[in-house]
Write a protein that binds this ligand. Structure first.
Ligand code: F6R
Ligand code: MG
Ligand code: MG
Length: 373
């Protein structure tokens, strides 16, 4: 049985009514391209959705991670969508396409990507997450809860296949280096790093006993590519579930409550994450609050399991009253933060603001500062 790769590649190609939502004509372009790619067996199956203003291409194939053909398919699709967005004069057409030329891989060019190559188990449940108006470090908290916190994941205590613990790869996005830490033994060191969500980002998780890949998330920081603020790095994440891994319910449990993430208006504020179904995957108030969607599916024979007509079977996991409390908390906390206007901690710290347009505003004041006597 060949190995199967799950790739989720996303891009803000331009959106309707400001940075609100990916409109239908852009979905149509993506659908045309991925359908053709599936007919030519470049990919085995796909599902297209949006996280607010981000177009999300979920693709299942047998070509491995970082495959030039798969990445080119995504890149060409985003380019075509961006040109359609330009024709329609949608907002910020091509926003995340930071480079002109494709060179074999979308990493570093603007789009976000999370990929895992797996040996398909007898039954392989997967959950993919996509968030809008936030950034890559936003998954540090749930990934820690899911794979390291026995108060969240009962399986860490109850399932003998999980007592071995999990290994976390953490990327230092400032210095471009990575480290692997093993939980539970190095839990405190892991927390010491990944609590700094603007810098250290969990990129991969493996089961410690057999190095089974369990999760991957995108780590791109657009401002570090472009040197200035060009939109937040609305992240994506893939998690594998069940049978010796956290159950789907344990993967979703951290989202019973809202928590704070960086992003929201102008990528410059702390905002409460709001778990929503696809129909509410759109940002409104103060360009938010930041939204997250979770889609569950099964990988079967190298594809996403389908119905009898060949349509992928997708579970819209946050479209559920069980997350109503988290949504209420998000609205409540959004109000609390917005009452603070531009005062910290509503606004990000000065260091995090460095890559935004505030630099220009403060730059103008530079010469007017006089040294104190
Ligand atoms: C956040 C985001 C928006 C914009 C804001 C201003 O990721 O994209 O909050 O930063 O709407 O956009 P411009 O400067 O294009 O008017
Ligand atoms: Mg946008
Ligand atoms: Mg976005």
């Amino acid at each position: 049985m060949p190995k199967v790769t799950i790739s989720i590649i996303k891009c803000d190609v331009g959106s309707l009514a400001g940075h609100y939502i990916v409109p239908k004509p852009l979905f149509n372009v993506a659908e045309k391209n991925l359908k053709k790619a599936a007919e030519k067996n470049v990919i085995n199956s796909y599902y297209i959705f949006n996280a607010g203003d981000d177009l999300e291409l979920l693709m299942v194939h047998e070509k491995g991670e970082q495959n030039p053909e798969i990445h080119k398919l995504a890149w060409d699709t985003f380019k075509e969508c961006a040109s359609k967005a330009s024709q329609l004069k949608l907002y910020a057409a091509g926003q995340d396409l930071l480079k002109d030329a494709f060179s074999g891989n979308v990493r570093g060019l603007g789009p976000g990507v999370a990929e895992i190559e797996i040996e398909e188990r007898a039954s392989d449940p997967i959950v993919v997450f996509a968030a809008d108006k936030t950034s890559a470090g936003s998954f540090n908290y749930p990934l820690f809860r899911i794979f390291a916190d026995p108060m969240n994941t009962a399986g860490l205590v109850i399932d003998p296949n999980m007592i071995c613990g999990f290994k976390f790869e953490v990327i230092d996005t400032k210095e471009n280096k990575s480290i692997i830490l093993k939980c539970p033994e190095e839990m405190y060191e892991l927390l010491a790093l990944i609590g700094t969500v603007g810098r250290y980002i969990v990129s991969r998780v493996w089961r410690a006993s057999d190095n089974l890949i369990c999760a991957a998330s995108s780590v791109s920081k657009l401002s570090l590519i472009a040197g200035k603020y060009v939109g937040k790095d609305d992240p994506v994440m893939i998690a594998r579930a069940q049978h010796g891994l956290p159950a789907v319910g344990e993967i979703l449990a951290p989202f019973m409550h809202s928590y704070f993430v960086q992003g929201w208006m102008r990528g410059s504020h702390w905002g409460p994450i709001m778990p929503v179904g696809l129909k509410s995957s759109k940002c409104t108030v103060f360009d938010g609050p930041p939204r997250i969607v979770a889609l569950g599916f099964q990988v079967a024979n190298g594809k996403i399991s389908c119905d009898d007509e060949g349509n992928p079977l997708i579970a819209d996991m946050f479209d559920d009253p069980a997350f109503a409390l988290a949504r209420r908390e998000a609205v409540h906390n959004a109000c609390t933060l917005r009452n603070m206007g531009e005062f910290e901690p509503a606004r990000l710290s000065a260091e995090e603001m460095e890559y935004t347009t505030i630099k220009q505003v403060l730059g103008k004041l530079g010469k007017r500062f006089k040294p104190l006597e």
